[in-house]
Design a protein around this ligand. Structure first.
Ligand code: DGY
Length: 327
């Protein structure tokens, strides 16, 4: 007799030896796509036929077309992410498809990565490593060769002061910046706990030496960092984005980096993902790009997989999910 357990499909491998994978293998007829990149759309539309549960990751697009391809038996989607912009929540709600996600548990990992990327860009680590690999070590043009900026005494600006923005500020405070500014929907009581001061958007742009983007992608933040915004920044600004690529107009960022509107950028997210290898941004020494890995610590990715498995299994059983998305 065939496997009568609910058919669950994952578009990418979750940690194979972790609790999440074990739980799904025990309770479901669990299949994982065998590829090692983002699953091609056509293959995904084919693979989801007949699934009752679906495990996705950004940027897998869950829209009407994918839901139609899956079929009306689809009960639950678990996304291994805190971000939800890849999912048409209204369409899922209309069809009674439950959604679970992984908020909160990646906060520390992303905040640590914000610190790492900020330091990497401020201290020009990518340029240094490239110099070692390409024979540039020893060719000191002058004493300022590969000199960067220190966080100490800098003004840090944080756009979006939710869990990740706050956790990032808390860590960066140890570097003794002269000030931490934040921009959000309005002043937030808890910001006082890290001594951060509210700034309107314009003030944030004009005053930050290091500007770190931690906003969610919404209609209000899409394309927010464009030429108009880059022109308001200091020419010495270090710009960091670990939120979503679409909050930036990437062509405008390229212009800003090549015409000296800002000094350098660090991006963990891009449009599209993966970023094509011929992207002009990859040719810039003052642009450090990592492959959407801010939440990639072993402890966090295992916890995300486990919570995603719990969400899917609860949704399939008609029980309350530990982290449901309420539309
Ligand atoms: C998220 O959870 O949204 C992170 O960007 C990892 O995908």
């Amino acid at each position: 007799m065939g496997d009568t357990r609910p058919f669950v499909f994952a578009t990418r491998g979750i940690p194979p030896d972790g609790r999440g994978a074990d739980m799904l293998r025990e309770s479901c007829n669990f299949h994982v796509w065998g590829g090692n990149s983002v699953m091609p759309r056509e293959e995904m539309l084919e693979a989801v036929r007949g699934v009752e549960g679906l495990l996705v990751f950004p940027p897998d697009r869950v829209d009407r077309e994918l839901l139609d391809a899956a079929g009306p038996q689809l009960k639950v989607i678990g996304t291994m992410s805190a971000g939800l912009e890849h999912i048409d929540l209204e369409e899922c709600a209309k069809r009674g498809v439950l959604i679970g996600y992984t908020p909160g548990i990646l906060t520390d990992s992303v905040a640590e990565f914000n610190v790492a990327l900020t330091l990497a860009v401020c201290r020009r680590i990518k340029e240094g490593i490239d110099a070692v690999i390409n024979g540039g070590w020893g060719r000191w043009e002058n004493a300022l060769y590969l000199s960067g900026i220190e966080i100490k005494e800098s003004v840090i600006g944080i756009a979006g002061f939710g869990r990740i923005g706050f956790a990032t500020a808390k860590r960066l405070k140890a570097f003794e910046p002269s000030k931490i500014l934040y921009w959000d929907v309005g002043p937030l009581e808890y910001a006082k706990d890290v001594g951060a001061e509210f700034a309107v958007f314009e003030e944030l742009l004009q005053n930050s030496d290091i500007l770190i983007v931690c906003v969610s992608l919404t209609d209000g933040t899409r394309g927010l960092f464009n030429t108009e915004a880059f022109k308001k920044m200091k020419r010495s600004t270090i710009f960091i984005n670990t939120s979503r690529g679409a909050v930036i107009n990437q062509d405008d960022l390229y212009t800003a980096l090549t015409t000296g509107q800002i000094r350098a950028a660090g991006l963990d997210v891009t449009t599209p993902e993966p970023l094509p290898r011929d992207s002009p941004l990859l040719s810039l020494p003052n642009c450090t790009i990592s492959p959407h890995m801010a939440s990639a610590s072993e402890i966090t990715r295992n916890a995300m997989a486990e919570l995603t498995a719990q969400n899917i299994i609860a949704g399939l059983k008609g029980e309350k999910m530990p982290a449901p998305v309420c539309v």
